[in-house]
Design a protein around this ligand. Structure first.
Ligand code: GRF
Length: 224
């Protein structure tokens, strides 16, 4: 099935293995996702994800963070992004925290967030930070999951696009949970990006007492 909507221009950020990045490249190539991946930015020169990018002919921008302050590194990123046309930055296992001022440089008031999307390996707001699947095993939860969200200024914060859960088995380890979680992530990220490209969604405070922004998707005809 071909996706509808317009083609979205993405710049991906990743630091390591790159399985989510690969699934985005594959979906774009097979036209399941109407997207063009303008570049891959990595802070880890030579990371496996760079090979994946080259195999899909995606230009790679390697900006090593070592030996630089966070601000210096981010200035380099902004400079590199300057000549690139993109709608969204897609974080796919980018293992660096951004400064508030970097997030604010990419801020879009109409989104109450930056023009940046992330996938996180837990059902946020549970288990933010590193190693979401290991945290889930450590805590002993019965249901795990993944979240796709816009990037706000707080840690793993920002309006949630989509979440999906799956059961934790009694014999699961952090590794087995991650293996099933990644499979789910690959599908979820493509679905969320497709829906984003289809448009019709809005950011609203809905019934929130605190005015916290949320993503509201268009109601499908069949649901009306
Ligand atoms: C994924 O679990 C993702 O949710 C998290 O980092 C991991 C990246 O894995 N943000 P991969 O590099 O895409 O395989």
């Amino acid at each position: 099935m071909e996706a509808c909507g317009r083609t979205i221009n993405l710049v991906a950020f990743a630091s390591g293995r790159g399985s989510n990045f690969k699934s985005i490249c594959e979906a774009a190539r097979s036209k399941r996702l109407r997207a063009r991946i303008a570049a891959l930015v990595t802070n880890v020169p030579g990371a496996p994800v760079t090979e994946i990018a080259r195999s899909y002919e995606v230009p790679v921008i390697e900006l090593d963070h070592r030996g630089k302050t966070r601000e210096e590194h981010e200035r380099g990123i902004l400079k590199a992004l300057d000549g690139i046309e993109y709608d969204w930055i897609v974080l796919a296992g980018y293992m660096r925290l951004f400064t508030t001022s970097f997030v604010e440089r990419l801020w879009d008031e109409s989104l109450s967030a930056a023009r940046m999307i992330n996938i996180h390996p837990s059902l946020l707001p549970a288990f933010s930070g590193k190693d979401g699947y290991a945290q889930a095993i450590e805590y002993g939860v019965k249901v795990a999951g993944a979240t796709v969200h816009l990037v706000g200024t707080g840690l793993d914060d920002g309006p949630i696009l989509m979440q999906r859960s799956f059961e934790v088995r009694d014999d699961d380890t952090a590794e087995s949970l991650m293996a099933r979680g990644l499979e789910l992530e690959h599908k979820l990220y493509i679905e969320a990006l497709s829906k984003l490209g289809e448009g019709g969604w809005k950011i609203s405070t809905g019934p929130s007492q605190t005015g916290r922004p949320r993503m509201v998707w268009p109601v499908k005809r069949s649901e009306q």
